[in-house]
Write a protein that binds this ligand. Sequence first.
Ligand SMILES: Nc1ncnc2c1ncn2[C@@H]1O[C@H](COP(=O)(O)OP(=O)(O)OP(=O)(O)O)[C@@H](O)[C@H]1O
Length: 312
Amino acid sequence: MITFDHTCKSYDGTPAITDLNLHITQGELVVLLGPSGSGKSTALKMINRMVDHDGGRILLNGEEIYSFNVQDLRRRMGYAIQSVGLFPHWTVARNIATVPTLLGWDAARVQARVTELLQLLDMAPESYASRYPHQLSGGQQQRVGVARALAADPDVLLMDEPFGALDPVTRATLQLELKRIHRATGKTIVLVTHDIDEALLLATRIVLLYQGRIAQVGTPLELLQQPASDFVADFMGRADLGLKQLSLRPIAPLVQALKGATPAHAIADTATVREAISQMAALGVSCLGVINPSGSVLGQVSAANLLEARHG
Ligand SMILES: Nc1ncnc2c1ncn2[C@@H]1O[C@H](COP(=O)(O)OP(=O)(O)OP(=O)(O)O)[C@@H](O)[C@H]1O
């Protein structure tokens, strides 16, 4: 879908991205991660030509992006940024409708799409569609920013620190919403963050950049378990590496048959190993029942079998 092929970019002779080689396939949620100044935003903005590359190639579905009309290219890609950039004198509905209107959709289709997106982002259309950006909280503005980016059903969603500057609770809510949207729509998403936990939660693949070059590309678990260098190991946080790994592991494959009576406390079968161990610690127990969404007991997990499995 998107290919960086020996791509380079310098600003005033200083390299920001050097020889970037990366292929992003349809439906991936790729997170560009790295310290400040490592080139994450530059890499992202080159995809929709907010920044033009000056060496190598960038291909969209096999075609060099310079072969597209720049406006067409941008309309095929939703773009959401930290500062949101809503038009202050336009209502929420009109903000979301920006690209569909430019594309000439008829009014009924635009309105149906606005309603659908507000519902998807858990903002009741009857309360929010006619408000102005200053009448929304920061988290709600960011939701509208995401809705606007999704509006014309773009092939690709580019997100530059979309949840930066939010309080941790709102941030966590929007992260889960993005994960849900990604699952539901199968969109290709490229997201920039410097937050390792955000990357671990969201990414199907992480691209860790350092000084404009790729330090490592892999799944969250690969970066944690097989860091390619000391830099990767340091960046991913050696200190609580064990805990981070546990938070990526679901308990589902580790559920055992009940051994005797049903444990007094239970956890959902969708929980992670970290959540199960945390709940055991809080309750002072070493075993939990595991229940499915309808409340049926599926079996149990014990602290010993969860911790043993962490190397698996
Ligand atoms: N418009 C510009 N003009 C000159 N230099 C720039 C410009 N934009 C970025 N740079 C430089 O290019 C390098 C990479 O910047 P970039 O914004 O891509 O990094 P980043 O990883 O996204 O950083 P951050 O996390 O701080 O946003 C940095 O050294 C930065 O100073």
